[in-house]
Write a protein that binds this ligand. Structure first.
Ligand code: EPZ
Length: 434
């Protein structure tokens, strides 16, 4: 395994370029199963999750090729309907194979995904959506069986106790585009990644109205064609870099982003007094303020609210902002795996239910810390950039699932960060050896 070693206290200057969005690319890869024609996908991030999804598509029978570092060619001419446990369990986003398989083949057999560190990750709303389309849904021996022989369009409400569901909306949408009749999805997720999927499906010949709104109207078509589609920029990677700039930037420019996707984060950075300038619709320059920042309260919500995927990174910023900030996680109430690790670095954070009460400290100190989920890992990297001394982040395979060469990108703008084999870590520092 590898570790990340970071020397804190360096200034970040220059330009960071944002890669394509993981959370758009994964359902868009799955959507290529909806046609026997070839799909050409561009601006695909170079991530382990993407490579894994490509393996699953190949297992299902698709021809999958990476034609360039961020370009893929996928032809799902002859495919089978079964995705086994040993593949699905490794990446829960593979649940979004159900919709396209049921839409294209009128049947699907997918292993139930496990939970993960940020929560149980149920898929009851996905299954409610498929049942709403008239599919027979059975769960047996850890597998979900969908029989869509008699599927027909209908009205479906997809809101749950935490609001809308991103991959649930994607899943039902991908089934509905090839389901006869009119389907209305109410309380659909409005995340930019769902909008990107809709646009890709429309480019394949799907009939979708209300794109970007909480009500999607889909009129089923008989077949879809191939497409050439470029994935939108990753707003979560962009947000992570903007916070890096707030922590340690000096005219750090984050480019290839979409300012329109950053509303909630920019609102909070402005409230905190972060020094940033919007250069254009696709570029923001940010610097560490020479005045102390102000504490802010953050509550995560479905888009366009504050993204849960930036909550941990924002908590790092608030952990060195004088005063009390309250970070409330409404989407995944126990998504606080980063907190005990930040505490090891000197952060003063108390968890009360879905709230993290953050008492800003004057500094953090470098320490060996353990990555857990993807965004908690990013929060620890950010903390290492400003901590005094050396921070070692272990289990960085979590990071590589969602960030395309984050160490190379940060090093190019002045961070002292390097990826090393775990054996190079001083033995007495390695908690894995404890
Ligand atoms: C997507 O997960 C993202 N993953 C997550 O990003 C992101 O945190 C999440 O949306 C929220 O924005 C991908 O797109 C691959 P949900 P998803 O269904 O679709 C509950 C990252 O770091 N729920 O919108 O699985 C659920 O438990 C990852 O990039 C049900 O109760 O999230 C949660 O509390 C982490 N029943 C809430 O809804 C269901 O059937 C929102 O979940 C489905 C969801």
């Amino acid at each position: 395994m590898e570790v990340m070693r970071i020397e804190g206290g360096n200034t970040l200057s220059g330009t960071l370029s944002v890669s394509g969005a993981k959370n758009a690319a994964l359902p868009i890869f799955a959507a290529t199963l909806l046609t026997s024609e070839t799909c050409y996908l561009e601006n695909v991030p170079n991530l382990s999750d993407i490579r894994f999804m490509a393996q699953i598509l190949q297992h299902l029978g698709a021809e999958v090729g990476q034609t360039a570092p961020t370009s893929w060619k996928i032809t799902a001419k002859e495919i089978n309907h079964r995705a086994p446990y040993d593949l699905v369990r490794k990446m829960r986003a593979s649940v979004c194979l159900m919709g396209p398989l049921a839409g294209r083949l009128k049947k699907a057999e997918i292993s139930l995904p496990g939970g993960c560190v940020i929560g149980p990750r149920p898929i009851d709303m996905h299954l409610k959506g498929f049942a709403g389309l008239g599919m027979e849904v059975t769960v047996d021996k850890g597998y979900i069986f969908l029989d869509a022989t008699n599927a027909a369009g209908d009205s479906i409400f997809l809101g749950g106790r935490h609001g809308s569901t991103v991959t649930g909306t994607a899943n039902v949408l991908m089934a509905a585009v090839l389901t006869p009749g009119k389907t209305i999805i109410e309380c659909a997720a409005c995340e930019p990644e769902v909008v990107d999927l809709c646009k890709m499906l429309v480019s394949m010949g799907a009939n979708i109205d209300g794109i970007g709104s909480p009500t999607l109207t889909i009129r089923g078509v008989d077949k879809l064609g191939g497409c050439t589609y470029s994935i939108l920029p990753d707003r979560i990677e962009a947000g992570t870099f903007l916070i890096a700039g707030a922590l340690a930037g000096k005219n750090l420019t984050v480019t290839n982003l979409r300012v329109a996707d950053q509303g909630a984060l920019l609102d909070k950075l402005k409230e905190a007094g972060v020094n940033f300038k919007i250069d254009s619709a696709t570029s923001i320059t940010v610097s560490k303020s020479d005045q102390p920042l102000k504490p802010v309260d953050v509550v995560t919500h479905p888009h366009p609210g504050f993204p849960t995927d930036v909550q941990a990174q924002m908590s790092t910023l608030m952990s060195i902002t004088p005063g009390i900030s309250i970070v409330t996680e409404k989407i995944f109430p126990n998504r606080f795996m980063h907190v005990p690790e930040l505490q090891r670095m000197g952060a003063d954070i108390a968890i009360e239910g879905p709230n993290a009460i953050v008492k800003g400290q004057s500094r953090l100190s470098g320490a060996p810390v353990m990555a857990s989920d993807l965004r908690a890992s990013a929060a620890l990297i950010l903390a290492g950039l400003v901590a005094e001394g050396t921070t070692w982040v272990l289990r960085i395979y979590h990071l590589d699932r969602g960030y395309d060469k984050i160490d190379e990108k940060l090093r190019a703008v002045g961070a002292v960060i390097e990826r090393l084999p775990e054996k190079d870590m001083p033995q007495d520092l390695n908690p894995e050896d404890a």
